[in-house]
Design a protein around this ligand. Structure first.
Ligand code: PFF
Length: 448
């Protein structure tokens, strides 16, 4: 490559950007609704198990591939396994990025609509039912959701366009601390609502009679989605990490931050769900219906509602940026485009697919296949199919193709750092993770 590659400038920048990718709508919007649909406590437990034994190793595996190769998700496989079909895993990741961002940007757009409603005091005086109706009519109205989706894609494109250091890293370093403070404030508020304990019990008291293979697959999918693993996002980000950064520690910090925020989101939402007598299995509208309800009824609600939707939009933005970067890095390095052209092409291409996701709440809501709308298919396909599949290939690649010597060399910074538990890591990536993911995947889809 003739030009010098852009990259992250500092350790704090790496953490902010990678945690920015991981912490997103997946934590605050998706985790509570999927946990709610799957019975709460028992789901949380399985989810945490997957984070620990699969999520963390896959994250480290991805960072290792990326930093080793110093290239985009597809180029990394080509470079480390020349002439072999491994690049197809990278290609699948680029495809997954399109599918994820297409539906993710729908929800990200909703956060902007709700932010604007919060600012104009739009929840005021509305009953729980009215808030639900207004949510449903907003989703179905084609224009506003589409416009907000495009605004969000534009913001994402703007940051990616500005570069890795001057765009992604810079904004993540500003936005992530703000996010942490906001979510802490709102969780405390939610916990102090009368009746909050019901929600805490729902979230933390496991009821194992609720567990089916479908629930287990949902937990695996949620863990992968939330950590941003399985499609090359962390390969791409890993390729921007300097050779003196400690990768296992980075992976550990990012995993911990992401899990902490997901649990905190549960603590923020379920007490309110129970306090206001809403069904926790309400579905993907959960945060958009429940939270305005709380804000409407609580002291300082106007102020908190603005804070919350700012929080949601920020969380979404640092994640959409990471998904778009996968595509942009691929376009620019493999197809020799300028960053500018790659960003425009990537954002426009994804936005076009995204229109279908957004319209599936309105004009296309009857376009269903096996009970799922286009939006639901995108969500299901990405989290429950593409990410687990990508994760399997990634661990197999690291375990069997790269092998212990190269892995050790990379994660020890060429022998500079002492690495412990390398044998445990190798056993996980060679045997345990591929078998476990494959089993959950096949049983969960009912193929076994
Ligand atoms: N991890 C993000 C979230 O929890 O919202 C979503 C995401 C980002 C998924 C990047 C996958 C990805 F590659």
């Amino acid at each position: 490559m003739a030009n010098i590659r852009d990259g992250f400038g500092s350790k704090a920048g790496v953490i902010a950007a990678a945690a920015g990718s991981a912490v997103g709508l997946g934590n605050i919007w998706r985790f509570p609704y999927v946990a709610g649909e799957n019975g709460g406590g028992a789901f949380l437990l399985i989810y945490l198990g997957f984070i620990l034994v699969i999520g963390f190793p896959v994250m480290l595996a991805e960072l290792t591939i990326g930093r080793r190769a110093q290239l985009n998700a597809l180029g990394s496989f080509k470079k480390l396994a020349p002439g072999k079909p491994w690049f197809l895993v990278g290609l699948m990741g680029i495809g997954a990025a399109f599918v994820i961002l297409a539906f993710y940007s729908t929800i990200a757009g909703w956060t902007l609509e709700y932010l604007s409603q919060a600012i104009s005091n739009g929840f005021s005086g509305k009953s729980a039912d009215e808030l639900k109706v207004s949510f449903e009519s907003f989703q179905a109205a084609p224009f506003r959701p589409l416009i907000w989706q495009m605004v969000f894609m534009f913001l994402t494109g703007f940051i990616v366009f500005s570069g890795v250091k001057k765009g992604i890293e810079k904004y993540a370093k500003i936005l992530m601390p703000v996010l942490l403070v906001l979510i802490l404030i709102i969780s405390v508020r939610s916990l102090t609502l009368p009746g909050a304990m019901g929600g805490i019990e729902f979230l933390f008291k496991p009821d194992f009679s609720k567990i089916t293979w479908g629930v287990v697959l949902d937990a695996l999918g949620q863990a992968a989605f939330s950590l941003s693993i399985g499609m090359g996002t962390l390969i791409t980000y890993g390729s921007y990490i300097k050779k003196d950064i400690n990768l296992p520690i980075t992976a550990l910090q990012v995993t911990a931050a992401d899990t902490f925020i997901a649990v905190l989101a549960g603590i923020m939402i379920f007490p309110a769900v129970f306090a206001f007598g809403i069904d926790p299995a309400e579905g993907f509208g959960l945060v958009f219906i429940v939270l305005p309800n709380i804000f409407e009824q609580m002291a300082g609600g106007y102020f908190f509602s603005i804070l919350f939707f700012v929080l949601l939009a920020i969380a979404a933005l640092t994640s959409t940026v990471s998904v778009l970067e996968v595509v942009v890095a691929y376009f620019s390095e493999e197809l020799n485009m300028s960053r500018k052209k790659a960003t425009i092409l990537g954002s426009v291409g994804i936005s076009i697919v995204g229109v279908f996701a957004t319209l599936s709440f309105g004009p296309l809501k009857n376009a269903v296949l096996f009970d799922k709308t286009i939006f639901a298919w995108f969500d299901f396909l990405s989290a429950n199919v593409l990410l687990p599949l990508g994760a399997i290939f990634i661990v197999i690649f690291v375990g069997w193709h790269l092998g212990k010597k190269q892995v050790k060399d990379e994660i020890s910074n060429q022998g500079e750092l002492k690495v412990r538990l390398i044998n445990v890591f190798m056993i996980i990536v060679k045997f345990f993770a591929p078998v476990a993911i494959a089993a959950v995947f096949l049983y969960g889809l009912g193929l076994f």
